[in-house]
Write a protein that binds this ligand. Structure first.
Ligand code: MSP
Length: 674
């Protein structure tokens, strides 16, 4: 049987900007998913690339006085260099100015034309060059009497010319049906509703060309070189270019199989293009849709939109990584950035970037948890066992537990929830540290030294073999996020680097034995003064506070007023009645005959509870297992659809569930929240 296929794409980025935190985010997520699928043996293909045509690029190159292709080549080199340093493992890199892509776009046009879906008509409307998108009256705002794009805060341009149109309106029913296909064409589910209601609101035919005299930097309309193909028709086709073009995919075989397994990872800014225009174009061209579209949220920097006009928001991952490396004398900076974006933001939701939380994760997750586990294990193995940790002799239970854990992590990667995959891995990291704390190998060593007279201690070997077994599995599971750190861990515990490219489900022994390497701290401590210096470098000076009203010298300064209490205010004693706990989801299943409810078993540390929760519309059961949630433990039990629910878990959203309340770090199940 051939291996399952996995094909993942990022958007092809405009060359009007160099890589920044936002594009890094999408690309790292796609990379981690691709690396995970390769490790589990799937036939994987990962594509990224550049969108080089269109008015936006034409203008920027003109502003800089550079020839268009030279300008694109220079930016392309920067993207490729950045992705290389960010350890992006793409299998291909597509550029829309390449001959293979131009050929693919011409094929796409011809196929849509053959379906009689392209016609010419007069266009009279508005266009935003920033968005490279047509705008209706509903899409714009009026500022000082001018029609302005609310996204780019710039006036839209009036376009009145003879264009080619695509019969998009014809495909509304097809699209609505597609969105309902099992497995979900648009993920997460909440995004589907947004797109479906846009389609239900009525689709208008789409203008898909510009007169060459107004836009010349693009691919000419086949047979009518006075017109240039609309940049989005050009760009979307990139996903087929690398499979040999539309005709190759239509011919079946490997290209078609790959196509059927393709997920486009994008952010919400370009969802409509991918979930409405693109599948309609494909249908018109006689091609099947891809597997689907996964839409993640938008990152802001200290609450601000990432924008060229705000240099402080243009966080450059490579600069941060380099600065951290210089501060601690190591080379893990880029993997910290990768780990951070994967762990910090739950894919799908929006997130805010702060330097403080980045360094917090370095110190706590990487230094205190993972680094500490490795360092103490290797040190103790050197000290107590002469560096040789023999194979695990504790029976099959060790391997069984490890396979179970790997299956939980795997489910998260498979459902595009990498942050939960990492949460789950860190649960193991922290459990292993707690295991060492509880077993106190240094005490055992003392006792054994007296009893054993210097001979090898089976008891110590068992403790450290357990740590090594877990470290090996942890290395393999973090490899999609931090490939080099994974290899470094394996080297220190005397295992081949190739363990990092396998998933632990393939391991046949819990710990096959190994000779420890030199114990070297992977994440050296960040001294407080260096940390302060980093933050000072990264954070531009704050804007001066708004001028305070002058206070006359002879008057005492007003004391800050106690704010008025809101109506319905409760006091702290009322709040103390609420028993909130951290709870880990052990199992999760749908409640039969309703599409709203999930039944969960929660681990509260000392006991387990059953809860019925109305979150089935927002979460698939398998995506929840292993997560730690905020649980209201002392709610009176209630019966829902015949199941007794003991308490509830907290979620954001009013009519619709938008997100589950979560903790920003792992804590043991049952921990009180106050
Ligand atoms: N060229 C088009 C895409 C064509 S795909 C056929 C384009 N390019 S872009 O350079 O603007 O990239 C947009 C994408 O970059 C987003 O969809 C997202 O993947 C990523 N991001 C850019 N800024 C981002 C954030 N601030 N936050 C999260 N992702 C961001 O649109």
């Amino acid at each position: 049987m051939s291996a399952p296929r996995f094909y993942i794409t990022t958007p092809i980025y405009y060359v009007n900007a160099t890589p920044h935190l936002g594009t890094f985010y999408t690309t790292v997520v796609a990379d981690a998913l691709a690396r995970f699928h390769r490790a589990t043996g799937d036939d994987t293909f990962f594509l990224t690339g550049l969108d080089e045509h269109g008015q936006k690029i034409e203008r920027i190159a003109a502003e800089r006085g550079v020839a268009l292709q030279d300008y694109c080549d220079a930016i392309a080199a920067q993207f490729q260099e950045t992705w290389k340093r960010a350890e992006i493992s793409n299998d291909d890199f597509v550029r829309t100015t390449s001959p293979r892509h131009k050929k693919a776009v011409a094929e796409m046009w011809a196929r849509m034309e053959k379906a009689s879906d392209i016609y010419q008509a007069e266009y009279d409307g508005m266009y935003c060059v920033g968005c490279e998108d047509w705008k209706s009256e509903d899409d714009i705002i009026i500022v000082d009497g001018e029609k302005v794009c609310p996204i780019h805060q710039r006036p839209v341009e009036r376009v009145k010319e003879k264009n080619y149109f695509f019969r998009l309106s014809k495909y509304a029913d097809y699209l609505l049906e597609l969105y309902e296909q099992p497995g979900g064409f648009i993920r997460p589910e909440s995004r589907k509703n947004e797109v479906a209601s846009f389609v239900r609101g009525g689709l208008r035919d789409l203008s898909i060309s510009r007169m060459k005299k107004s836009v010349s930097w693009g691919i000419p309309v086949p047979g009518d070189p006075g017109h240039t193909i609309y940049v989005w028709i050009d760009a979307l086709t990139n996903y087929l270019t690398v499979l040999g073009g539309p005709n190759a995919v239509a011919a079946g075989g490997e290209a078609a199989e790959r196509w059927a397994a393709c997920t486009h990872l994008i952010a919400k800014d370009i969802l409509r293009f991918h979930a409405v225009y693109w599948p309609a174009m494909l249908k018109s061209a006689g091609l099947p849709p891809p597997r689907g579209v996964f839409c993640h949220g938008y990152l802001t920097v200290k609450g601000q939109k990432i924008s060229k006009s705000m240099p402080a928001t243009r966080v450059d991952p490579l600069t941060i990584a380099g600065d951290l490396d210089a501060a601690v004398g190591t080379d893990v900076g880029i993997e910290l950035m990768r780990y951070f974006v994967l762990r910090e933001y739950s894919l799908g939701g929006d997130g805010d970037f702060t330097y403080e939380s980045l360094l917090q994760r370095y110190e706590s997750d990487l230094g205190n948890d993972l680094g500490n586990l490795l360092n103490r294990t290797v040190n103790m193995a050197q000290q107590f066992l002469g560096g040789q940790v023999d194979a695990w002799a504790g029976g099959s239970e060790g391997l069984g537990a490890l396979h179970d854990e790997a299956a939980l992590v795997r489910a998260h990667f498979e459902t595009f929830t990498p942050s939960q995959a990492l949460d789950q891995i860190w649960y193991s990291v922290r459990s292993a540290n707690r295991f060492i704390d509880a077993k106190k190998p240094w005490v055992v060593a003392k006792q054994e030294a007296q009893a054993n007279q210097g001979g090898r201690s089976a008891a110590l070997n068992e403790i450290l073999a357990r740590c090594c077994g877990w470290l090996r599995a942890i290395a393999s599971m973090i490899a999609p996020a931090m490939p080099e750190v994974a290899k470094k861990i394996l080297r220190q515990i005397g295992r081949p680097e190739s363990d990092a490219s396998e998933w632990p489900s393939a391991f046949t022994e819990f710990w096959p034995g190994g000779t420890m390497g030199k114990p070297e701290p992977l994440f050296p401590r960040l001294e407080p003064e260096r940390k302060a210096a980093l933050i000072a470098k990264w954070l531009p000076p704050e804007a001066p506070p708004a001028a305070a009203p002058a206070v006359a010298a002879d008057k005492p300064a007003p004391s800050p007023a106690t704010p008025a209490a809101p109506r319905d205010a409760i006091d702290i004693a009322d709040f103390a009645k609420i028993d909130l706990r951290a709870a880990r989801i052990l199992t999760c299943e749908r409640v039969p005959k309703t599409d709203k409810l999930l039944k969960l078993t929660l681990d509260l540390g000392a006991e387990q509870r059953t809860v019925v929760s109305g979150i089935a519309g927002a979460y698939a059961p398998e995506a929840l297992v292993g997560r730690t949630v905020v649980y209201l433990a002392n709610l009176k039990p209630a019966k829902l659809r015949g199941v007794v629910s003991q308490g509830m878990i907290l979620a954001a959203g009013d009519a619709e569930v938008l997100a589950l309340a979560a903790l920003d770090r792992d804590v043991p199940p049952g921990t009180k929240i106050r």
